[in-house]
Design a protein around this ligand. Structure first.
Ligand SMILES: Nc1nc2c(ncn2[C@@H]2O[C@H](COP(=O)(O)OP(=O)(O)OP(=O)(O)O)[C@@H](O)[C@H]2O)c(=O)[nH]1
Length: 796
């Protein structure tokens, strides 16, 4: 049920107070009415009693003295409005008089009172001197009472109306005065709502009640707070707008594509960079599945429904199809978007164009690969170079042995390659090397590797290949190489090779041992007449291994600077002064020194003598004062090593050698062919100011036989003397190595040097000379120098 509700507060207060007023005034009026009606009822009773008090004596008298006069008298009395009926009865109950008027019902208001209170009849006893004469009963009339009540009701109603009217006016005034201060407050609120914060508008009415003042103050306070907050909000909003602008500029000018995709893989946002990179207009791209723009199915699958969660968040490179059909590679960095329950609702990603970078990376990778290939391959043949072979060998050996698998090493050396070079020229030699390399590669065993480890030497590593299988493969390779035919301008060239095979762990468990074993096998193949394959047997291996062990030691000694020139002073016996130094080559081993004859022959065999001779000559020239005569030993084998002649020439013509007395003593352990070229070179050396001497170490078979063709070459002083005695050398010095069939040169060396040490001889000027080591002083100084770890240089 809906009650009427006035719209304004004023009306509501008015109504509320009016209702209250109505109630109060109503109750008050009712109270008044009840009071007055009660009084009227009481008055009627009093009147009844008074009436009967007057009437009873008269009736008594009439009964006694004039009974007929009762009717007249009581009829008159009954004429009074206050009485509606009169009854008189005698002492026996006989009715003497009874008369009544029409009965008017009692006013309803009188009904509110108890019947007892109303007492409509009054009865009294008629008494005379003779006693009781009967009873008289008077019934009171309602007429008067009703009239009174009616009048009272009117009066009370008037009073009620009057009071109500007065109250309403009072309330109106009261409410008006209460509401008056609210009017400016409402005006203030209206102004504030319109954004007018003028201070004057926020003043409270002066005559306002405390409550309204408080309300007004509170309102003003809240208005101020609101104003401040609104100002802050405005600032924030403008800041936000500014930031949004910046952000928009940033997003629009980003180098990367900014992409938003919903959970179904459809594009919901893209910045203009997308168009710049792909050529697709942003508007036409929006709301399309992003996968449509991806080329690779794998990339497309990331954007299928429900698969976004699996997308790699970083380092994902996508191939995007541009409008012109080209592919653009984009690097994607992603942030997954989730709702409150953690479900993926989409993603926001940046896509950076890395096409150029990838291209450059690819170029760089290729470049690095090329560089790496260059560092590990031999430029002439394209197979691995020595350095990489060493690494490979170490790794494969370690790996195979770890797995208990054999590893075979096959070393292939071209027979007479120097001859090919010398006869057909280096380009042909190069072509031979290339052919050999390509043949080896064509036969490359699975998991194997081919390397060029020296001038005409190739190595092949065969994984999981035992000795038998290695030998089979070795023969196969040998066969293939023998089929190489190189067409020449005139005719054609075929080649022969010697192959040495060793297998780990049978012949060695470390690279050094395995290479040494294969070298020994190769050495043996060469020694046995070349053009063959040799797998190292245990017995033969041990016999040859000794030479190779020393060879390895020698190689290491050269690279580690353990080869040193020792200066042996040569003393003039007359003056007892040092006349010259003979340069002796020594190798440091631990705390001691190995004499030359223990390692020179090996150096010659293994082709190391050239570097050793050049190093020792260079060091001697550098260390010995210029005015002191130098006797320097050179192996004739060095002259057959490539470029030795030129390098020796350069050394002797260098400023440290120029003008100093030098005698080059050529040691010869095998008969050397004295070619015209060779003699020319000798003469050139002499023309440069050097003396040249030959020393055959007593071998006997020597270049002396060519001496007539090489005028001016001085023989070893001892040899000269021997020659003067008509002997051609000391045949008893010749020993033959039972294994190699060659002269035991080390034995010769040892004997010869022993003899040399004690030798006393005269030089061409008649000076009697002797090695300085026989003199205590020089010996002591040499010992001191050795102890100091210096090169053994003795100065005078
Ligand atoms: N054409 C050419 N020759 C080279 C190259 N590297 C080294 N050589 C030559 O290869 C030759 C190797 O000669 P040796 O080690 O005496 O070998 P060989 O003549 O085959 O003798 P044996 O092995 O005993 O049969 C030397 O003459 C080197 O100058 C190269 O890259 N190209």
């Amino acid at each position: 049920m809906k009650f009427f509700q006035p719209r304004t507060l004023h009306m509501r207060i008015m109504l509320a107070i009016a209702m209250l007023q109505l109630l109060v005034v109503g109750l008050f009026s009712l109270y008044m009415l009840i009071q007055q009606v009660g009084t009227e009822i009481t008055n009627r009773q009093v009147l009844g009693h008074k009436m009967i008090a007057i009437t009873a004596p008269a009736v008594t008298h009439l009964i006694e003295f004039d009974p007929h006069g009762i009717d007249t008298y009581l009829g008159t009395v009954l004429g009074d409005r206050a009485i509606s009926a009169i009854t008189v009865k005698d002492g026996q109950g006989n009715q003497l008089f009874q008369q009544s008027k029409e009965v008017i019902p009692l006013h309803p208001v009188a009904g509110w009172f108890q019947a007892a209170e109303l007492k409509p009849t009054v009865t009294t006893e008629l008494k005379s001197s003779r006693g009781s004469l009967g009873l008289i009963t008077v019934q009171l009339s309602n007429d008067v009472l009703n009239e009174k009540i009616h009048t009272l009701l009117n009066d009370v109603s008037y009073l009620f109306m009057l009071l109500l009217g007065v109250d309403l006016i009072a309330i109106q005034l009261l409410v008006k005065s209460v509401m008056a201060p609210l009017t400016p407050l409402a005006a203030m609120a209206r102004e504030v709502s319109q954004g007018n914060w003028d201070k004057t508008m926020l003043a409270t009415a002066a005559n306002a009640s405390d409550e309204v003042k408080n309300l007004s103050d509170a309102f003003v306070e809240s208005a101020k707070t609101m104003k401040r907050q609104i100002r802050e909000l405005e600032q924030t909003r403008s800041q936000l707008a500014e930031n949004e602008l910046k952000l928009r500029n940033l997003v629009n000018n980003m180098q990367e594509v900014l992409l938003e995709v919903d959970q179904s893989g459809h594009i919901t946002f893209l910045n203009p960079t997308w168009e710049a990179l792909t050529g697709y207009a942003t508007e036409t791209t929006l709301h399309r599945p992003f996968a449509e723009f991806l080329i690779q199915p794998k990339h497309q699958s990331y954007f299928e429904v429900g698969r976004l969660v699996h997308i790699p968040l970083t380092d994902l490179q996508l191939e995007v199809r541009a409008r012109d059909g080209k592919s653009v590679w984009m690097q994607m960095s992603t942030s997954l978007q989730r709702d409150e329950s953690g479900t993926v609702t989409g993603l926001i990603s940046t896509l950076e164009d890395v096409t150029e970078t990838l291209h450059l990376q690819e170029l760089q990778r290729q470049h690095e690969q090329d560089l790496y290939r260059l560092t590990i391959t031999d430029p002439l043949t394209g197979v691995y170079n020595r350095r990489h072979f060493d690494d490979l060998l170490e790794n494969l050996l370690h790996m195979n042995l770890h797995k208990n698998l054999p590893l075979a090493l096959v070393i292939v050396d071209i027979d007479g390659f120097k001859f090919i070079n010398d006869t057909y020229g280096h380009p042909v030699g190069d072509e031979v090397l290339r052919k050999v390399a390509s043949t080896l590669r064509a036969n490359e065993h699975q998991g194997g590797a081919v390397a060029r480890i020296a001038g005409d030497e190739f190595a092949i590593l065969l994984q999981n290949v035992n000795a038998e299988e290695a030998s089979r493969i070795g023969h196969m390779i040998h066969e293939d190489l023998s089929r190489i035919v190189l067409p020449l301008t005139v005719g054609q060239l075929t080649i022969q090779t010697s192959i040495g095979i060793a297998v780990a762990p049978l012949h060695g468990k470390i690279p050094l041992d395995l290479v040494r074993a294969a070298d020994v096998a190769l050495y043996h193949a060469k020694q046995s007449g070349r053009n063959r394959v040799d797998t190292l047997s245990k017995e033969r291996g041990e016999a040859i291994m000794d030479i190779f062990s020393q060879g390895f030691e020698l190689r290491n000694a050269i690279s580690a600077g353990m080869i040193l020139p020792f200066m042996q002073p040569i003393v003039d016996l007359k003056t007892r002064k040092i006349f010259a130094y003979e340069v002796l080559t020594r190798m440091r081993r631990g705390d001691g020194f190995v004499p030359a004859d223990d390692f020179i022959p090996i150096a010659e065999d293994l082709g190391l003598i050239r570097d050793m001779d050049l190093f020792v000559i260079g060091e001697s020239l550098r260390l010995i004062p210029k005015n002191v005569h130098l006797f320097v030993n050179i192996s004739l084998n060095s002259f057959f090593a490539p470029e030795f002649t030129q390098q020796l020439r350069d050394l002797l013509h260098s400023p440290i050698a120029k003008g100093r007395p030098i005698t080059l003593e050529f040691t010869e352990r095998q008969t050397t062919e004295m070619s015209a070229e060779f003699i020319k070179m000798f003469n050139e050396i002499r023309a440069g100011g050097c003396n040249v001497a030959l020393d055959d170490f007593g071998v006997g078979y020597s270049t002396y036989s060519y001496l007539p063709t090489a005028p001016g070459i001085r023989q070893d002083r001892r040899q000269l003397r021997a020659a003067a005695q008509g002997k051609r050398g000391r045949r008893e010095d010749r020993r033959t190595d039972p294994r190699t069939g060659q002269c035991d040169r080390r034995a010769h060396h040892r004997r010869t040097h022993r003899r040399r040490g004690n030798h006393r001889h005269a030089d061409q000027d008649g000076r009697e000379l002797r090695p300085g080591l026989l003199f205590q002083q020089a010996g002591q100084r040499a010992g001191q120098a050795l102890a100091d770890g210096r090169s053994c240089i003795i100065t005078h």
